[in-house]
Write a protein that binds this ligand. Structure first.
Ligand SMILES: [Fe+2]
Length: 409
């Protein structure tokens, strides 16, 4: 009987796995030019109205908006714009977009941005097909979308991988939780990864989003449902990031460097779509609920070394293969855990992400609350199933405490 495999640490050749490959993605410099053809396909099927979800300025600064507007005009399509989706969007922000679109009646939804606008567009696309359901229903898992309007994602960063996966993340402020909804209906039907659209992304943000991709790769390769396929994608991500991220700060306008990082982020997106994330994302989501202003990738980068210290012994083989591009010489032995954590932290510092929790206003007195938020999250159950180690409150506490200051101190 086919059933998901629970690996003991080694990836087995015949490991039964569910391989997900859904979105048609146009990748590379100039790929945004495909928007005319993408929208044309919907136009030929009779669609006239497009609902567009964006952030505040990135769709303009990146140059994406001009190209999308041109594609709309060429296809004689009308649009309604829901702009201003902030980082870490709330369920209310998604509701506003849905309300705005309801009277307009779009037949297609286009999300242009980093993870937040694209995730909001996916959630809105699903809610617009489900009369009477709210964003709160979606994010408290009372509602699981079976269908959605066709979604097109124009990606403007290199981190989330959301353009090729079925996830959409949002925060419920009153419950202090940040959660990911997942549905087969929320895959973008088409996506654009055009590195030229990332050239205006500021340095810090560029670093943080890349560290998000690194965490996707590490987590996806170490879940209980990982596969050879996922490990391949994760290793590709780490290899490419190790080669290109150190060059990023001096090459912010370099399409080749941006393209490489966009590729790394995309393959890590397919990896989490096939395997999901686990502890680092759960604990970062708790951090984000307490401090919504902390960028997702930064929170993950801060926690990664302490998480590795906990999970490395359980997945030493896989993690040694994965992390060798940034920590050369790993042998895959359990006792390397401590050194791996320190070396990975040294590496994140060297590429320009030097903050720890104490630098972003989190102190020892906040650790108990963070653990409580994480352990009251509806995502806890899933994380427990997927995590390579049994996650306890003590372990979560240790991870936060070990992330307050640099490990080397
Ligand atoms: Fe993420």
């Amino acid at each position: 009987m086919w059933r998901p495999f629970k690996p003991s640490g080694e990836i087995v050749e015949m490991n039964p796995s569910e391989i997900r490959l859904r979105t048609t993605l146009y990748f590379g410099p100039g790929a945004v030019g495909r928007m005319e053809d993408i929208l044309g396909r919907y136009r030929r099927r009779g669609a006239r109205r497009v609902g567009i979800v964006t952030g505040t300025k990135s769709h303009i600064l990146s140059g994406a908006w001009d190209r999308v507007e041109e594609a709309l005009e060429k296809n004689d399509m009308e649009f309604e714009l829901s702009s201003g989706v902030p980082p870490n969007p709330t369920v209310d922000v998604i509701e506003e977009a849905v309300e705005l679109f309801k009277s307009f009646g779009p037949e297609v939804i286009v999300g242009i941005g980093g993870g937040s606008p694209i995730d909001a567009s996916k959630a809105a696309g699903a809610l617009l097909k489900s009369e009477g359901k709210s964003a709160l229903d979606l994010y408290t898992y009372r509602f699981h979308p079976k269908e959605a309007l066709p979604i097109v994602a124009v990606n403007l960063t290199h981190g989330t991988g959301t353009e090729v996966d079925r996830y959409a993340v949002a925060t419920i402020p009153e419950k202090r939780v940040k959660l990911g909804a997942a549905s087969d209906a929320m895959y973008p039907e088409f996506a654009v990864d055009d590195p030229e659209l990332t050239l205006s992304l500021p340095e810090k943000q560029s670093l943080y989003v890349t560290l998000d991709a690194v965490n996707h790769a590490v987590e996806a390769a170490t879940t209980t449902v990982t596969s050879r396929f996922t490990e391949m994608l994760s290793r590709e991500c780490l290899g490419v990031v190790a080669d290109h991220l150190p060059r990023l700060k001096d090459h912010l306008k370099d399409v080749e460097v941006r393209g490489a990082l966009m590729h790394a982020s995309m393959v890590a997106g397919v990896a989490i779509d096939n395997s999901r994330a686990h502890i680092t994302h759960l604990l970062e989501h708790a951090l984000s609920a307490l401090k919504p202003e902390v960028p997702h990738g930064l929170g993950l980068a801060i926690l990664l070394p302490a998480v590795l210290k906990e999970i490395y012994p359980a997945r030493a083989e896989v993690l040694s293969r994965l992390l060798r591009p940034i920590v050369p010489g790993l042998k895959g032995r359990e006792e390397e855990a401590e050194a791996v954590a320190r070396e990975v932290e040294r590496w994140t510092f060297s590429v320009g992400v030097e903050e720890k929790l104490s630098d972003i206003g989190i102190g020892e007195e906040d650790v108990g609350e963070l653990v409580e938020i994480a352990f009251s999250s509806p995502a806890l159950k899933g994380t427990e199933k997927l995590s390579p180690v049994g996650l306890t409150r003590e372990m979560a506490r240790r991870i936060y405490e070990n992330s307050l200051y640099p490990l080397s101190e």
